[in-house]
Design a protein around this ligand. Structure first.
Ligand code: ADP
Length: 191
């Protein structure tokens, strides 16, 4: 627990909104990064302090020593969780876009936060749609076995049992998906 004189609740008052962690989980190409950045932009336009922690960028820096084995994925998410905790304490709505394929790792992530400060958003998208989008060409590489441990192909994705929000990104647009998250944040009194 931080020992500073300024508390999270003081920052909330100054910001005129609460902070919370939004974990966006789903298969590769289900739209995590796209939706996270659009949500950040929409919040920014409403004077809400929000920041995206993107799996890809965290892996290039903080977690560049980690690969894609189950234990490295677990450590990847653990570190992301600890960083997210600092952001939440700083009063920022933190949008964590991480494939986070294992249920047990997501549960540990959730347990770092107070109930109510954590929102799990599951992007439910058919694997065939993800494969056809393939914006980074990774499904193609994985099917040719040029990359190993690829979620959805050679590694499992364990869908959440009880996420706060489910968005069917093979049926709705990016705009509609973001709108649903904004409605949830308003309903819960976060913004
Ligand atoms: P991820 O971060 O889950 O790997 P990305 O956001 O990088 O996925 O890629 C998703 C791709 O699918 C993008 O090119 C995006 O423009 C496209 N896309 C098409 N429809 C949707 C939708 N409804 N929601 C999210 N992304 C969509």
């Amino acid at each position: 627990m931080p020992v500073g004189k300024v508390k999270k609740e003081d920052r909330w008052k100054m910001n005129k909104h609460r902070s919370s962690l939004i974990l966006i989980t789903g298969l590769p190409a289900s739209g995590k990064s796209t939706i996270a950045h659009e949500l950040e932009y929409r919040l920014f336009q409403q004077n809400v302090r929000a920041y995206v922690l993107d799996g890809d960028s965290v892996r290039k820096g903080l977690n560049k020593d980690l690969g894609f084995s189950a234990s490295d994925r677990s450590e990847n998410l653990r570190r992301a969780g600890e960083v997210s905790k600092l952001f939440i304490d700083a009063g920022i709505i933190t949008i964590a876009a991480f494939a986070s394929p294992y249920r047990s790792d997501r549960l540990k992530f959730r347990q770092l936060f107070n109930e109510g400060d954590f929102i799990e958003v599951y992007l439910k998208c058919d694997l065939t749609v993800c494969k056809s989008r393939d914006p980074k060409g990774l499904y193609r590489k994985a099917s040719r076995r040029e990359i190993q441990n690829f979620t959805g192909i050679s590694d499992p994705y364990e869908a959440p049992d009880n996420p706060e929000i489910i968005l069917e990104t093979d049926k709705i647009s990016v705009g509609e998906a973001v709108e649903q998250i904004l409605i949830y944040l308003k309903k819960r009194g976060i913004i």
